[in-house]
Design a protein around this ligand. Structure first.
Ligand code: ADP
Length: 313
């Protein structure tokens, strides 16, 4: 009693330290919500969900504001625990899978005795299935690392054109085996070298190309475009594949979202891609038409913007 909420919840009596309420009152928006962390006397953090709203009299004049604080510490703790348990569980699953893969390879190499044709066939299937499981586990571990620790790019010089070529070469065999034609549209002048996390941006490029091959029927085409724009470099993959129905489009970058459960894959690739591109200050999006094809695009800024570099800290 007798203390301003600013002192209790923000540790100061400075009006500016409550940006949420200031925002609501200044902009006179209906409500605004945010999460905040304050410290108990013993130093333990308390997680709060804060909702603020302006108050008006009968004539519509602003009379003040109201702010609700809900203690969500317990929910946060359970959320953290859930994430850690799942990530530990998946991590422990990796070891037996890797060990089995190694032993299968030995069996297949004939080093532990000759195999009948039938046995060879079964082991090949087991190897493909284990490989799929291993890929799912790796994708999940990566997703869970992003979820718990966030993602901070490790930037360095990144030559988009060279890297795109390398990735095209890596998927070319599979595309050609499927009878898919690859085309490129690259600018005459090489785009500038960017400041980006090479390993992770390559993952995004590869993911979009692998998806295009996966979701395009034999005889289709995939066109890879690269262009330099005012402030960024634009990368596009245009396929003539199965396309995505309009009602699925808003969720396509959500984790675990797959249009068709029968397809291979985890539904994590695009959500990881979105994390990576946005952490670089870029954008990623899709335009698609069912049974006609899809265009996945992303941009990377030529120069790191303030907002993205501050996010990196
Ligand atoms: P997955 O591992 O399932 O491919 P992604 O996150 O990469 O995971 O993709 C999510 C879903 O988006 C896919 O399951 C598929 O339904 C759809 N999708 C992705 N790329 C394409 C594409 N080029 N054409 C049609 N559908 C696509």
């Amino acid at each position: 009693m007798g203390k301003s909420h600013l002192e209790i919840f923000h540790g100061s009596s400075d009006k500016e330290s409550c940006p949420l309420l200031a925002h609501v009152i200044l902009k006179q928006k209906e409500t605004a919500a945010a999460e905040a962390v304050i410290k108990r006397k013993d130093g333990e953090p308390v997680f709060l969900s804060v909702t603020a709203a302006p108050l008006f009299d009968d004539k519509g004049n602003l009379t003040g504001g109201i702010e609700f604080f809900r203690d969500i510490t317990e929910r946060k703790r359970l959320e953290r625990e859930r994430k850690n348990i799942i990530s530990m569980f998946v991590h422990d699953m990796k070891n037996p899978v890797t060990a089995s893969e190694g032993l299968l390879l030995r069996l297949l190499s004939g080093k532990s005795g000759p195999l009948t044709e039938k046995q060879q066939g079964y082991f090949e299937i087991m190897r493909a299935e284990l490989n799929r499981l291993s890929n799912l586990l790796t994708a999940f571990l990566e997703f869970s690392r992003f979820e718990t620790k966030g993602y901070t790019p490790v930037p360095g010089p990144f030559n988009m054109e060279t890297e795109v070529y390398k990735n095209i070469e890596a998927v070319r065999v599979e595309a050609e085996a499927k009878g898919i034609h690859l085309f490129f549209e690259f600018p005459e002048k090489m785009p500038p070298v960017l400041d980006a996390d090479e390993m992770m941006v390559n993952r995004v490029i590869r993911n979009l190309l692998v998806n295009a091959v996966r979701y395009t029927a034999p005889g289709g085409t995939i066109t890879i475009k690269l262009s330099e724009r005012d402030k960024d470099v634009l990368f596009e993959v245009v396929d003539t594949g199965v396309g995505i129905a309009e009602d699925h489009l808003p969720y396509i970058f959500d984790a675990f979202y797959r249009v068709n459960r029968d397809s291979e894959g985890s539904g994590l690739g695009l959500s990881i891609a979105k994390n990576i591109i946005e952490a670089h200050g870029g954008k990623i999006w899709v335009a698609s038409s069912l049974r006609k094809g899809s265009t996945f695009s992303f941009t990377l800024p030529k120069q790191q913007e303030e907002s993205s570099s501050s996010r990196k800290k």
